[in-house]
Design a protein around this ligand. Structure first.
Ligand SMILES: [Zn+2]
Length: 412
């Protein structure tokens, strides 16, 4: 069932019965319009059955039984979208939600836990971010779990996922498990000390096989790439996004701008390589991080100037030791030249377009999912305001509430 259909049903139910216990009314809200890059000064946002039904100036009438939350002039922004995460458990996904991230795209995890979490969230069984699933990385040496989930791929165990036949077989196997994206490693990884992240792993012809196998079922490819040659092959093959892109040349960036390929630069996690603790804590990776960090920042600056569509992401697992949040990435994006409004779009509207969820989330608009965050300060004036999320509303449910809030007023 599509979200839109559910919404129509919700409207029909509301017409049939004027009393809805599901109604949430947010009054005294400063509503952040990320498209316009402006704030509506004093508004009432009404949410019913998980969807935004209206945004009105002043304080509108609430239905009997509605819950009214007084935001006392605080800022209401769209829930954030993290376009590249590695959450391997519901606890990790829940931590993403608590940071203000109401939608994520999984960028590779074992045993299809991303597909499982997506389905539990869809059914309303758990408060988790909405999930776009990816399954395993397509790479010459796939994670060992792949063959446990897909013993049919056993003929490719010895030789790895190399050449058109193996790539097509692995992609088909994952598409049959219901992934929303295919993830490929076009170059080696950066977060492992023994690998060379500039090294190309697949030819353009191989990447094209993957893109075409996905496209036949309407599924796009996200390509991990640090080195320029591997990234350019991926862009030429027609991938939807380049993840990281540390060493991308101006020539490849120009090609991305022309073709509409998204860039997900994940700058903040590269910083994590350089500092103790966090997702990475390794002496060799710290050395690597110190030379990668200035390069990825320079590349992101060039990409923005070239008109490449930039999307925010953490590349974190949201584990108990993780110190990187999406807010840190937005601060990095502003540091490389995006305006606060552009950085917010990178984590809302542009990200929604990359993920293919713009029909139901990413903005504060009637008809869309009520995925919302409350901030004390104006993120358009200073982006670091997004570090301090005081309330998270996901599909109309208040899942996080920090600080002192007055009693909600039930309407009678
Ligand atoms: Zn990743």
């Amino acid at each position: 069932m599509t979200h839109r259909f559910v919404f129509l049903l919700a409207l029909a139910a509301a017409v049939a019965s004027p009393v809805s216990g599901q109604e949430l009314v947010l009054v005294n809200a400063k509503v952040v319009d990320v498209d316009a890059g402006s704030v509506r000064p004093e508004a009432t946002v009404t949410v019913r059955d998980g969807h935004i039904v209206s945004i009105e100036a002043g304080s509108g009438p609430a239905l009997a039984g509605a819950t009214v939350i007084d935001l006392r002039g605080m800022y209401l922004a769209p829930g954030l979208i993290d376009a590249h995460v590695h959450v391997g458990s519901t606890e990790q996904a829940r931590r993403a939600l608590e940071s203000g991230v109401t939608t994520v795209r999984s960028a590779g995890v074992s045993h299809y836990v991303d597909v499982g979490m997506r389905e539990l969230q869809r059914r309303g069984a758990l408060d988790l971010p909405e999930m776009r699933a990816t399954g395993y990385h397509v790479r010459p040496d796939p994670a060992p779990g792949l063959f446990l989930d897909h013993p049919d791929l056993a003929p490719f165990m010895a030789g790895g996922i190399r050449g058109p036949e193996a790539i097509r077989a692995m992609a088909e196997a994952m598409l049959n498990r219901g992934v929303d994206f295919l993830k490929v490693n076009a170059t080696e990884r950066a977060g492992v000390p023994t690998t060379d992240p500039r090294k190309q792993l697949y030819s353009e012809a191989e990447l094209r096989v993957l893109v075409e196998t996905g496209a036949a079922r309407g599924i796009g490819v996200m390509a991990h790439a640090h080195g320029d040659a591997g990234a350019r092959a991926a862009v030429a093959a027609g991938v939807r996004s380049i993840e990281h892109g540390t060493y991308l040349s101006p020539r490849t960036l120009a090609m991305m701008a022309e073709r509409g390929t998204f860039l997900v630069p994940t700058i903040a996690i590269v910083r994590d390589l350089t500092i103790p603790g966090g997702d990475y804590d390794n002496a060799l990776l710290a050395i690597r991080g110190r030379h990668m960090l200035p390069r990825v920042r320079e590349m992101a600056r060039n990409a923005h100037q070239a008109g490449v569509r930039i999307v925010a992401a953490t590349d974190t697992g949201y584990g108990p030791e993780s110190t990187t949040t999406l807010a840190h990435e937005l601060i990095e994006l502003v540091d490389v030249g995006l305006s606060p409004a552009e950085a917010l779009r990178a984590a809302t509207t542009t990200a929604a377009e990359l993920l293919g969820v713009e029909d139901h989330t990413g903005r504060i608009r009637p008809g869309l999912d009520a995925d919302l965050i409350v901030l004390e300060r104006d993120p358009l004036a200073a982006i670091d305001a997004v570090q301090d999320v005081l309330m998270v509303i996901s599909d109309g449910r208040v899942v996080v509430r920090r600080g002192d809030w007055p009693e909600d007023r039930p309407v009678s």
